[in-house]
Design a protein around this ligand. Structure first.
Ligand code: PEP
Ligand code: MG
Length: 649
């Protein structure tokens, strides 16, 4: 049985869920074989919708929201029926105000992570919603007071019981919010007649401006904290959801989502992601694939239109609002297809990947956050092909020290239990800005100071990372990989720095091992002239960036025409990959691929044909990748016309 699907409806009939409606609810629920439960809170406790006693015990009054979770073979139809029953007041009274006619609307997006979901759309990061002030300064002041308190409550819940950098950052925000000085200006403006939201927005924009214009990098980096606080309070004032306690099974809609916000959402209860902007190779898309959250990007519709019940089907690239019976039936087929794929993938996930003719293929995983490893069994992979160390540098008060980095790299190396772990040095810049480190006002950051270029320009920071990596290499088969390498002299400089640091640590009696040093091939110059990188001990092809640079089609673009060009399987990219594989073979070093194409069932056969024998993919894609490598057509597993063939169209 697949994961439950969820949805919610407002109870508007006069008597709430009393005797007659309760009985009706259970009668209707019993028509389905699925398990149907409901609760007043998305976190439970859950009541069996087929038991009148249990339904009555919930004592749901008029005005409560009933949250349903349903699992079983007819789950989609059951959920839609239960929601309709509540919305139509159990057939006793006229339906609540609102359009009586179902209004199915369809939006096309680009699949960014496989899967299908049916649920309530919840727009997040939508803090700029309209609010009309009451005109009464006392009421406005208490609205702001309440919003400040609610924001503190959110943050406390967010760090509840945790420690480490996240708790430190949030602790800082709480201290800020609790300081009366923060809202002084806003309260003064409210006393002068301004509505609370405008007063708050203006005063916090001034606060952020003061940090922005600071000469000190550290203070400039606080701007994002101030904006975060501003938006959280503003969302409470305007009724938008700024925190990440979205109801179970919701389809989270946003223009784009910062990776930190994605990570803060509890996806274990189902749900999906619908971005009106974004791109399939953005970091949030990668996280969605890693966590197995179905996702569409580039829907190209004002996010405000995304309301109500919706059905998201990644394989068809469709988001359907208010879906009708036909769509619900198709959804059930998709869910079954997904489940068939997932089951087949689970069966092979720990097996050694091999093609039909018996050629062994290394399948490693990409890791973008240390916590991802908590729920992954190392036996599913041949190692880690890419650790994106940017996660250590994001959202911190200060850049991570050598000790913090060493502890983290060591944990990752030990997790792998002797398997190979390739850790990439910091790849900041481009779509991965780090306040206080990357340049703020680059016109074209993808062609600017990113990756190794930035590390070489900030040697002190780079040396800390190299030292931490050399120390961690004592605890496992650690290799180090340099991002965005363009010319051999960059590699040579980095190599000299690594050798210096290893020698210095050794001289100081610190346990170290000189890790193998390789380069990413993601700049066309490095791909074309791969033979010139004589010092590279391995190559790893970054197809995400290589594709955008070869096709001159930005990986962050949501324009369909551009997105279609950013295709890693187009001949120019494949030829370059082939060339790099040949150069590596001639030099006797390994060439692997760690871009997202490695986990895409539509791309894998072409990558193998280009000579690759080592792929590193999102953890959730490992089983599917192994099936595809073995020549198994995922569509056949799920039956004709169904199934996930590619998250990228
Ligand atoms: C790539 O460019 O393919 C890659 C793996 O690096 P990132 O996506 O982190 O830029
Ligand atoms: Mg890259």
């Amino acid at each position: 049985m697949g994961p439950p699907i969820a949805g919610s409806a407002l109870l508007t009939n006069a008597v709430g869920l009393h005797a007659r409606p309760s009985v009706k609810l259970t009668q209707v629920a019993k028509r389905f074989t699925s398990r149907i439960e409901f609760a007043l809170d998305p976190a439970g406790p859950w009541a069996d919708a087929k038991s009148p006693v249990k339904v009555m015990r919930v004592k749901a009054a008029k005005g409560s929201t009933l949250h349903f979770r349903v699992s079983g073979p007819d789950a989609a139809e059951a959920l839609a029926t239960m929601l309709a029953l509540v919305e139509h007041r159990f057939g006793e009274e006229p339906p609540a105000a609102g359009p009586a006619e179902r209004q199915e609307k369809r939006y096309r997006g680009r699949p960014a992570a496989p899967g299908a979901a049916l649920g309530e759309l919840v727009v997040i990061g939508d803090a700029q919603r309209e609010r009309i002030g009451t005109g009464d300064p006392a009421l406005e002041a208490s609205a702001l007071q309440a919003a400040l308190a609610a924001a503190v409550g959110d943050l406390r819940r967010l760090v509840n019981g945790s420690c480490g950098p996240a708790a430190e950052i949030v602790g800082f925000q709480i201290a800020f919010l609790e300081d009366a000085a923060l809202a002084e200006r806003a309260f003064a403006a409210i006393a002068g007649g301004e509505p609370a939201h405008e007063a708050w927005l203006a005063s916090m924009s001034a606060e952020a401006g003061a940090y922005e214009s600071s000469d000190d990098d550290y203070f400039r980096a606080r701007v994002s904290d101030v904006r975060d606080i501003r938006d959280r309070v503003l969302a409470h004032l305007t009724g938008g959801i700024a925190d990440t306690r979205v109801p179970a099974g919701a389809i989270v809609a946003a223009v784009d989502l910062p990776p930190s916000l994605f990570l803060a959402i509890d996806w274990s209860r189902g749900g999906a992601l619908a971005l009106t902007g974004g791109s399939t190779t953005s970091h949030v898309a990668m996280l969605a694939r890693a966590r197995g959250v179905p996702a569409l990007v580039g829907l190209g519709v004002p996010v405000g239109e995304l309301r109500g019940q919706a059905l998201l089907c990644a394989s068809r690239g469709l988001l359907i609002l208010d879906p009708g019976p036909e769509e619900l039936a198709a959804f059930e087929r998709d869910v079954r297809a997904e489940a068939a794929e997932r089951e087949a993938a689970a069966e092979v996930v720990t097996a050694q990947a091999a093609t039909r003719d018996g050629t062994l293929i290394r399948v490693s995983i990409n890791v973008a956050a240390e916590e991802e490893l908590d729920s992954i069994d190392p036996a599913i992979c041949d190692g880690i092909g890419l650790v994106r160390t940017e996660f250590l540098f994001h959202g911190r008060e200060r850049l991570p020290s050598e000790e913090i980095q060493y502890a983290c790299y060591r944990r990752i190396a030990e997790w792998a239990q002797g398997r190979r772990v390739t850790i990439r040095t910091l790849d900041a810049g481009g779509d991965k800005p780090i306040p206080g480190l990357t340049l703020d006002r680059e016109r074209n950051p993808f062609l600017g100071m990113r990756g190794l270029r930035l590390s070489l320009a900030a040697p002190d920071i780079f040396r800390h990372q190299l030292r931490a990596l050399a120390r961690a290499a004592v605890h496992g088969d650690v290799k180090v990989m340099l991002p965005m390498v363009t010319m051999p002299h960059e590699l040579e400089r980095a190599r000299a720095m690594l050798d210096d640091e290893v020698a210095a640590l050794r001289a100081a009696g610190v346990a170290v091992r000189r890790p193998a040093l390789g380069i990413m091939i993601e700049v066309p110059a490095a791909a074309i002239a791969a033979d010139m990188f004589e010092a590279a001990e391995f190559f790893s092809i970054g197809s995400n960036d290589l594709t955008q640079y070869v096709a001159a089609a930005g990986r962050d673009s949501s324009a369909p025409a551009v997105a279609d060009l950013a295709d890693p399987t187009q001949p120019a990219v494949l030829r370059l990959i082939h060339h790099v594989v040949d150069v590596a073979a001639a030099r006797g070093v390994e060439a692997s691929l760690c871009g997202d194409a490695g986990g895409d069932p539509a791309a894998i056969p072409l990558l193998l044909a280009a000579g690759l024998r080592s792929l590193s993919v999102a953890p959730a894609m490992v089983g599917r990748a192994k099936l595809t490598i073995a020549g198994i057509d995922l569509r056949e597993l799920a039956g004709p016309g169904a199934g996930m063939t590619s998250w990228r169209r």
